[in-house]
Write a protein that binds this ligand. Sequence first.
Ligand SMILES: Nc1ncnc2c1ncn2[C@@H]1O[C@H](COP(=O)(O)OP(=O)(O)O)[C@@H](O)[C@H]1O
Ligand SMILES: [Mg+2]
Length: 397
Amino acid sequence: MVGSGRHQRRAIVRARELGLRVVGVDRNADAPGLAVADVGEVVDFTDVEAVTEVGRRHDVDGVLTVSADRAVPVVAAVAEALGLPGIGASTAHAMTHKVAMRRRLADHGVAQPRFAALRSIAERRAALDAVGVPAVLKPADSGGQRGVFQIASLDDLDAHLHAALTESATGEAIVESFHEGLELNGLAVARDGEVELLTLSDRLRPAGIGFGVGWTHLYPSTLFGDALSRAEETTVAAIHALGLRNGIAFPQVIVSPDGGCRVVEVAARIPGGQMADLARHAVGVDLVEIALRLALGLEVPDELVRPQFTQPLAIKFLTASPGPLPTGRIVSVGSLEKVLAFPGVVQAELYLQPGETIRPVRLDGDRRGYVIAVADTNVEALERAEAAARLVDVIVE
Ligand SMILES: Nc1ncnc2c1ncn2[C@@H]1O[C@H](COP(=O)(O)OP(=O)(O)O)[C@@H](O)[C@H]1O
Ligand SMILES: [Mg+2]
């Protein structure tokens, strides 16, 4: 398991339940996953050679990550070096580097925002001329909305380009045309080049600087009819275009008021942010087990992939303004008892410590907990999740 943080911890536990022996790798000796793995190795996973050496020493049968986009190319490279199943370095690059991704999608005629790549301030005018405003600026290879900005003018680009470039390991950024609309997030499984789309859910986002943060997921999507079919086709086409033959995909698309459906990005991993929980509660599919079987080159039977049921649900993330949490330094955090007892609530967590400061939501990482609620309809599930979220007791000074 490449990376052994909070997200990987649960996957490591699941792998052990399935009878596997797990070697966890993380540069942080205190990473929670290392403690639950059979073997924990303190290694910085950006060092492909070192991770490969760990894999060879333990004679591993498979290598994978969960939720960590930066680990995706590392996993692919280690798999290639050790002759293990993997998605391949080229697909891993196309699915983690936004410029490479856009070029590949363009080659295949998949609908997406206009885009331009840039490495320096000298290229900013040409880039913005090509794309127009409003635009979005992002690091070419980062994630979790780090270094993502809305751009209304050349001045905005001047102001934020440095921050975006700094977030990129390769010092590259991308500007894209900004598209309004409803964002849909998908969960898909590719097996031998066949893509199965398990869920498509609404990703609702706050206005303002946190415009990219998924602060609510709603399943099933509120989109229907032809628009929904078009979105499904676009996500599947994007996964094929990027060359993912065996793996889990996390496509993100925006359906605009003009009816256009454009690909934001497609990640080649189980997403963070409770999307694996969404698959479990909404359709009864265990993405972690699928990912483990793919990594080991085992057959993934239809029973594991096909939705078992369709359960409407909502995931409400706990964020500060404009969410339910207050901003400021935390004095105390109450228990989740009332939240968990609320009708329809199936899961909730809070990651907050007294003494830390809650800020207005800007990044994925500003989501400090979540509530998952189910109901007979998606709208009712959302009402329940929102009402339950308001029962969280956090006192700030
Ligand atoms: N071109 C765009 N138009 C409108 N919104 C966008 C655009 N690109 C990104 N966003 C918003 O920002 C979020 C993060 O962008 P994304 O490219 O997925 O970066 P990250 O790798 O940080 O997740 C998207 O999920 C979407 O909500
Ligand atoms: Mg994204």
